[in-house]
Design a protein around this ligand. Sequence first.
Ligand code: CTP
Length: 398
Amino acid sequence: MPLTGKRLLLGVTGGIAAYKAAELARLLVKRGADVRVAMTEAATRFITPVTMQALTGQPVWTDLWDPRVSDAMGQIELSRDRELIVIAPATADFMAKLAYGLADDLLSSLCLARRCPLIIAPAMNVEMWQNTATQRNAARLREDASIAFAGPAAGDQACGEVGYGRMSEPADIAAEIEAQFAPKKLSGKRVLVTAGPTEEPVDPVRVITNTSSGKMGYAVARAAQEAGAKVTLISGPVALATPAGVERFNVRTADEMFAAVKKAAPKSDVFISVAAVADYRPKERSPRKLKKMNGRPVTLELIQNADILAYVAGMKNAPFCVGFAAESEDLAKNAAEKLKKKNIPLIAANLAQDAFGAEDNAIKLYDRRGAHDLGRGPKIELARKLIAHVAGKLPKSK
Ligand code: CTP
């Protein structure tokens, strides 16, 4: 069984999805896990500790001052021997506590005193999920390398509204838990990722750029790091936090990106080129701010930038190269052409109108043999699938 003997702590907080925590506990026990449950006071209003106790065969913990813990150090003792903590459901309030390191009840204290990774399965009303405060807290939590998210999912909500915020199904959360225990597929590998747009200066205040947010590239860097790789991220100008454990270099122009990649590529086993590199740059960069031409048309002469990916793919002892193709149509045909033109083994294709700036994406992988659909979902989930696919293509480490 996939979770045999794994020591888990299931934390349940007070939301209507707490009833699904019972199903999750059952699933985890069925898969062989040793499940200890801690509930917040609010959670006990939705589902009784007796239910969780019956399903796990273990006493349930709710109180920071529980006399069963002999030396009143419950928050340390109860989490110390655990290999993973899962909070399902995690309310907006509990996420806020986690983000700020508050510890005013048993479960939040356990989380703060933990030495193990934490999985959060958020569950709340769509407006609460979308609220800037919650999004800010979620972004903060995602920066923490020891925290992973399971969901939330989109769909009908208990309150009658529809949208993101619903807790992921117990089976999906269980899959996420199993993934945490899976062997690290890229340990010992060095992965180089480019992300974001580039900026090509026209004059001191104007640039040619594109609307790439960098989110996909950052998700790929994070997924590779989670899979045990040593990751170098070369990033164009974006407003994103560096994924924990990733080494990041900032660049602005395609030329700067090219130089940084040239330096890092020979040391890399994998190169994933997610950046939306400008294909062209102005031939001349005016040292002074350009003036209006009194109604006359202006012509900007552009020259082509180097193709960074094609260069790396052509290197002696080239790393395993993965391209990203953002297309507005004809995914399959264009992907096949780019595989050949850039001489790379794998390309991830998405529709540009879906991908740029959005949280979700839909990706299809193409190699010489055909297509492999990664489906649609949050960028981090697609990134993890991509990394798993790439890991399967690499020669085994010595
Ligand atoms: N790429 C690159 N250097 C460039 C342009 C693109 O490394 N100067 C990489 C991108 O990071 C991406 C892949 O090439 O991984 C595909 O980029 P895309 O712009 O879609 O392809 P092009 O070859 O530029 O083809 P076209 O613009 O004609 O669609």
